[in-house]
Design a protein around this ligand. Structure first.
Ligand SMILES: Cc1ncc(C[n+]2csc(CCOP(=O)(O)OP(=O)(O)O)c2C)c(N)n1
Length: 209
């Protein structure tokens, strides 16, 4: 079991970071066709933006359009189906609050290759910035631990975030990394073409020729 005692005990102690910046840092650490599932909300917009490179856009990303709270369940399914591939779920605080049961399902199933990253801006930003309860005391990392995901931690800052992602890539999970983020708009907008998103992802995962 990883020692996470040196990470912030609660949300208040975590630095407010930028979603695009940390998503870009995370994507930069992926060298083995890891799968990344971006939840609805601005999380998947910045995943889209951070995944473009001169050699094209990474194919192993899935962008959830339409329903809140599904990044974790989809990532869990991918992690179970392809246990040798590391799988990341990027989800907003509003969306994970709508699907808290998925955290205990992850804990009960215990996929070693799954890492959940929560982008916590304290708001339903994409629909106008209505406040969520994370600004009123609900602590996603605490909830995840109490749900049974022992390896849950707040990223104190960008360096700690990179360290935690590095550990999730090397060490057994499941992991949950809480990130406090600002209310900057995303850098780009995901192309809203579900059939293409699914097709790309299946090709990226080697399940469609
Ligand atoms: C089940 C469901 N309820 C409501 C909506 C409308 N809706 C879409 S995104 C969103 C807010 C998402 O908030 P969060 O996950 O915190 O991401 P952020 O916008 O802050 O990046 C809402 C309310 C929806 N798509 N699905």
């Amino acid at each position: 079991m990883a020692d996470l005692a040196n990470h912030p005990a609660n949300r208040d102690q975590a630095k407010v970071m930028n979603r695009y910046d940390i998503t870009k840092r995370m994507v930069g650490l992926l060298h083995n066709d890891e799968a990344v599932i971006g939840g609805i909300g601005y999380t998947n917009f910045d995943l889209w933006a951070a995944s473009e490179s001169p050699s094209g856009r990474r194919q192993q990303n899935f962008y959830m359009l339409g329903s809140m709270g599904l990044a974790v369940p989809i990532a869990l399914g991918v992690a179970i189906a392809q246990p040798r591939r590391k799988v990341f779920a990027l989800e907003g605080d509003g969306s994970v609050l709508m699907q808290l049961g998925s955290l205990s399902t992850v804990a009960a199933r215990g996929p070693k290759n799954l890492c959940i990253v929560i982008m916590d801006n304290g708001a339903y930003q994409i629909t106008g910035g209505q406040p969520t309860v994370t600004g009123q005391g609900a602590d996603i990392v605490g909830i995840a631990r109490a749900s049974g995901i022992a390896q849950s931690a707040w990223a104190a800052d960008e360096d700690a975030f990179v360290e935690l992602i590095g550990r999730a890539l090397k060490e057994d999970g499941p992991w949950l990394i809480g990130c406090r983020i600002d209310n900057q708009k995303p850098v780009d907008t995901t192309e809203r073409d579900p059939a293409r998103i699914r097709d790309n992802f299946m090709r990226g995962l080697g399940v469609r020729a």
